[in-house]
Design a protein around this ligand. Structure first.
Ligand code: SAH
Length: 341
């Protein structure tokens, strides 16, 4: 809720109550019942109106304790997930922007499950607030929109959430990353926004004929169009652009693929994040073995591209990229914390 909406809710109360409630919700991330600076009657009253948007259905933590995944139920029963990754001195949360996804990338578990609905800005922000609390005493440093859904296909609400994170939770734009499969009109709109967030583009293939097969949206926005939208964003925002590349054994991990990728990345100064594909039930491809991953990275570096191999975190709790497919409540609850059945 906005400050104005909270003020309306507190009609008849002293004005400072709005500030107390605002600080409790946004800055401390507490619920009304825990706001001990409010009179108990008011706490109770507010507690009935200001109900959480996300109900925790299941939470699993990877064996190494560094990755936590939540399955949330929304008020209408839709399910989404978020993942918290902690590092020695900071933490990053990966949030969902939609329940399901309509983009149908062949290798992605969410894409295989299909689209349910858009998330509201509040449903996105609450994932961050909950993760921020769970990350303590570490500071939640970064928010990445790399969970379920295509953020730029839910543009208005995603942007409202970004504004909330920036204006009220104190995240600077450089600590927020929107990841897109290549929704060109969305990228163009981003170029005109005031906040220069980081842009990640899930490329995975650098020639149309291959990309069409794994990322169907490429038929609508082929690489030449996508690259010019990226250039437009860079021109407007002067932010680092990154390309995501899930290495699929024998599909997009050859020297030819590296050369084609370099041709796209170099003129834009894009940073490439390479990660071996996580196998998903609906896709026959496998991740490139470690040796091939190193070779691909070396090829890129040799061609002058900045490339990082990303660690695959949380595989034992299905929290790895593209594995965020919500299961039934009972199945999720029954999953052993040790991992896959
Ligand atoms: N729709 C947005 C954000 C969500 S997907 C996008 O496409 O960018 C987040 C990232 O996970 C994307 O780069 C996506 O391509 C990648 N991904 C999906 N499934 C994967 C898998 N099985 N293995 C590795 N990466 C995967």
């Amino acid at each position: 809720m906005s400050r104005e909406e909270l003020a309306a809710l507190l009609d008849g109360e002293p004005r400072f109550r709005t500030d107390q409630l605002w600080r409790g919700l946004w800055q401390r991330g507490t619920w009304p019942r825990d706001m001990t600076d409010l009179p108990s009657g008011l706490r109770e009253q507010l507690g009935e109106v200001l109900v959480p948007a996300l109900e925790e259905v299941a939470r699993s933590t990877a064996a190494d304790g560094r990755t936590t995944k939540w399955l949330w139920a929304l008020h209408d029963g839709a399910r989404v997930e978020s993942v918290l990754m902690v590092y020695p001195d900071r933490a990053t949360v990966c949030v969902s922007s939609q329940a399901g996804c309509a983009m149908k990338c062949s290798f992605c578990a969410t894409g295989q499950a299909g689209f349910a609905r858009h998330l509201s800005a509040g449903e996105i922000i609450e994932q961050v607030v909950n993760a921020r609390r769970a990350a303590l005493p570490r500071r939640l440093g970064n928010v990445v929109f790399m969970g379920m859904g295509e953020p730029l296909a839910n543009y208005e609400r995603t942007w409202e959430a970004v504004r909330g994170l920036h204006d009220h939770l104190g995240f600077s734009a450089r600590r927020i990353t929107l990841s897109t499969v290549g929704v060109v009109p969305g990228i163009r709109r981003l170029a005109h926004e005031a906040l220069p967030v980081n842009l990640a583009v899930s490329l995975h293939a650098a020639r149309d004929e291959l990309r069409e097969k794994i990322v169907p949206l490429n038929r609508r926005y082929p690489l030449s169009v996508l690259m010019s939208a990226c250039a437009e964003y860079l021109g407007a925002k002067n932010r680092r652009l990154s390309f995501e590349w899930a290495l699929i054994d024998g599909v997009n991990d050859t020297a030819r693929d590296a050369a084609e990728l370099a041709e796209l990345a170099l003129p834009l100064g894009a940073h490439v994040n390479v990660i071996p594909l996580n196998p998903t039930p609906g896709y026959p491809g496998r991740g490139t073995p470690a040796g091939g991953v190193g070779q691909f990275r070396d090829h890129l570096v040799h061609l002058g591209v900045n490339a990082t191999v990303r660690a695959n975190r949380g595989t034992d709790i299905d929290a790895a990229c593209g594995q965020l497919a919500a299961r039934s409540a009972s199945a999720a609850g029954a999953r052993s914390p040790a991992g896959r059945p």
